[in-house]
Design a protein around this ligand. Structure first.
Ligand SMILES: *[C@@H]1O[C@H](CO)[C@@H](O)[C@H](O)[C@H]1NC(C)=O
Ligand SMILES: *[C@@H]1O[C@H](CO)[C@@H](O)[C@H](O)[C@H]1NC(C)=O
Ligand SMILES: *[C@@H]1O[C@H](CO)[C@@H](O)[C@H](O)[C@H]1NC(C)=O
Ligand SMILES: *[C@@H]1O[C@H](CO)[C@@H](O)[C@H](O)[C@H]1NC(C)=O
Ligand SMILES: *[C@@H]1O[C@H](CO)[C@@H](O)[C@H](O)[C@H]1NC(C)=O
Ligand SMILES: *[C@@H]1O[C@H](CO)[C@@H](O)[C@H](O)[C@H]1NC(C)=O
Length: 358
C-alpha cells in the first residue's frame, strides 16, 4: 500500500486536471462487439433491413431459447438482435436463405461503445488518419490504440483487420460516417473485435483502455486497462474524477468481468483516500454507487493470474440545484447476472457461421 499512497499523494499534489469534453452517452452498448446489447432493434437495418426471426422459433439453428432457456446471451421470446456467441457485432437469424446464409449482422445505430467514434470511408489518398501507421497480423483494437496513445495521438483507426492508423483530426463532414457493418472485419489478433474493412476505418478515442487518466467533465466513461482486450497482469491504475461543483458522483458499472478475487476495483474519496467501495470477482457491483463530494479516485489492481476483460464504468456528477441525482438514485439495476452469463457462455462459437465458412 506504500506505493499506492505515494502515487495518490502525487496525484493530489499536482492537482491540475485536464479537461475532457462534456458528453452524454445515449448508447446501449459498452463493449466493442455489442455483446452487452439488450435493445429492441428487430431488423438487420433500420432502412430496408430484413426482419429478424424469434429466438424462441429458431430451433433448427444453434441459438434458440430451448438450448438457452435462461436468457443466456440475451436470448428470449423476442426477435431482437443479439450477440450470444462473441461475434464482432449483434446479429439475428433471418427467414431467407441466400447462398446458404441464414443470419445477418444488424446495423444498430444506438449500439456503439463510448470511445468508438464510428466507421469512416478511407480512400487512402490522403488517408483518413494521417499520423503514424503500422500493420500487424496480431492486430487488436487495444494494441492499435496503445501504439497511437504512446505517440500521443488522440485517435486510433483500424482497417482491413491488420492495419493501424493514428491521427488527431477526423473531419466528420469530409469522411461521412458509414454503417458499422462496413467495419466488421475481424481483427487478426482477436476474432471477437471489429477492425474496420477494406477502405473503411473504425476510429477510437485513445483514452479507451488507458491505465489511468484524469476526468473533469460532468459525465464520462472509464474503461479498464487494455479494454476491449483482457487487462494485463500486474496492473496498478488510477483515474481521477473531479467534477467541479458536484455534490455527489454516481458510478454505474455497465460492464464488469473480473473473475479473480484479488483483482479489484476501488472507489476512493479523492480528499481523504478513504475506500468507499471495493469490487472483485466475488463481490461484483450490484447497483449504482454514489460517492458524496466532487472528487473520486478510481483504482484498479490486477495480480499475475486470471486476466479477464475488465469493466466499463460511467460516472455522472450530481448537482444539488438540479434533481438529476435524485431520479438516478431510484434505479438500482444490476448487471451481475448478465456478466456471469456472458462468461460461461462464450464457449459455443461454432455453429451459426458453419454454413458460410465452408
Ligand atoms: C419490430 O418491432 C416493432 C416495434 O416494437 C414492431 O412494430 C414490428 O412489428 C416488429 N417487427 C418484426 C419483424 O417483428
Ligand atoms: C415466441 O415468442 C413470441 C413473443 O412472446 C410469441 O408470440 C410466439 O408465439 C412464441 N413462439 C413460440 C413457438 O412459442
Ligand atoms: C493526471 O493528472 C496528474 C496530475 O496533474 C498528472 O500527473 C498525470 O500525468 C495525469 N494523467 C494523465 C493520463 O493525463
Ligand atoms: C446504469 O447503466 C445501465 C446500462 O448498462 C442502464 O440501463 C441503467 O439505467 C443505468 N443506471 C443509472 C442509474 O443510470
Ligand atoms: C446515495 O446517497 C443517498 C443520499 O444522497 C444515501 O442515502 C445513500 O445511502 C447513498 N448510497 C450509497 C450506495 O452510497
Ligand atoms: C455464475 O455462474 C456459475 C457457473 O458458471 C454459477 O455456479 C453461479 O451460481 C452463477 N452466479 C450467479 C450470481 O448467477
Amino acid at each position: 500500500m506504500d506505493s499506492f499512497l505515494t502515487i495518490t499523494a502525487a496525484i493530489l499534489l499536482v492537482g491540475s486536471l485536464s479537461s475532457t469534453a462534456s458528453r452524454q452517452f445515449d448508447t446501449e452498448c459498452y463493449t466493442a462487439n455489442g455483446e452487452d446489447y439488450r435493445g429492441c432493434q428487430n431488423q438487420t437495418s433500420l432502412l430496408g433491413g430484413k426482419p429478424c426471426l424469434f429466438w424462441n422459433e429458431t430451433f433448427q439453428h444453434p441459438y434458440n431459447t430451448l438450448k438457452y432457456p435462461n436468457g443466456e446471451g440475451g436470448l428470449g421470446s423476442h426477435n431482437y438482435c443479439r450477440n450470444p456467441d462473441g461475434d464482432v457485432q449483434p446479429w439475428c437469424y433471418i427467414a431467407d436463405h441466400e447462398d446458404g446464409i441464414y443470419w445477418r449482422y444488424c446495423d444498430i445505430p444506438t449500439c456503439q461503445m463510448p470511445g468508438n467514434l464510428g466507421c469512416f470511408k478511407d480512400s487512402g489518398d490522403p488517408p483518413t488518419l494521417t499520423g503514424s501507421s503500422q500493420t500487424s497480423n496480431k492486430l487488436t483494437i487495444q494494441n492499435c490504440i496503445s501504439f497511437c496513445r504512446k505517440q500521443r495521438y488522440t485517435l486510433a483507426g483500424m482497417e482491413s483487420g491488420y492495419a493501424c492508423f493514428c491521427g488527431n483530426d477526423l473531419d466528420l463532414r469530409r469522411h461521412g460516417k458509414a454503417p458499422s457493418m462496413e467495419c466488421n472485419h475481424v481483427c487478426f489478433g482477436d476474432h471477437t473485435q471489429p477492425c474496420g474493412g477494406d477502405g473503411w476505418v473504425i476510429v477510437f478515442d485513445t483514452r479507451v483502455g488507458a491505465c489511468g487518466g484524469n476526468y473533469s467533465a460532468p459525465s464520462g466513461v472509464v474503461y479498464s486497462p487494455d479494454f476491449p482486450d483482457k487487462y494485463g497482469a500486474g496492473k496498478v491504475c488510477y483515474w481521477t474524477v473531479q467534477v467541479p461543483g458536484a455534490s455527489v458522483i454516481l458510478f454505474n458499472f455497465t460492464f464488469f468481468d473480473i473473475s479473480d478475487q484479488t483483482d479489484m476495483v476501488e472507489l476512493l474519496d479523492g480528499y481523504t483516500n478513504q475506500v468507499v467501495a471495493r469490487f472483485d470477482g466475488r463481490t461484483p457491483p450490484r447497483e449504482v454507487v454514489n460517492v458524496t463530494g466532487d472528487f473520486v479516485i478510481l483504482y484498479f489492481y490486477s495480480d499475475r493470474t486470471n486476466q479477464a476483460q475488465g469493466f466499463a464504468v460511467t460516472y455522472q456528477g450530481g448537482f444539488t440545484h438540479t434533481h438529476t441525482h435524485t431520479h438516478r438514485q431510484t434505479h438500482t439495476q444490476t448487471h451481475t447476472d448478465r456478466t456471469n452469463q456472458t462468461q460461461g457462455f462464450a464457449v459455443t462459437y461454432q455453429g451459426k457461421r458453419h454454413v458460410d465458412m465452408l
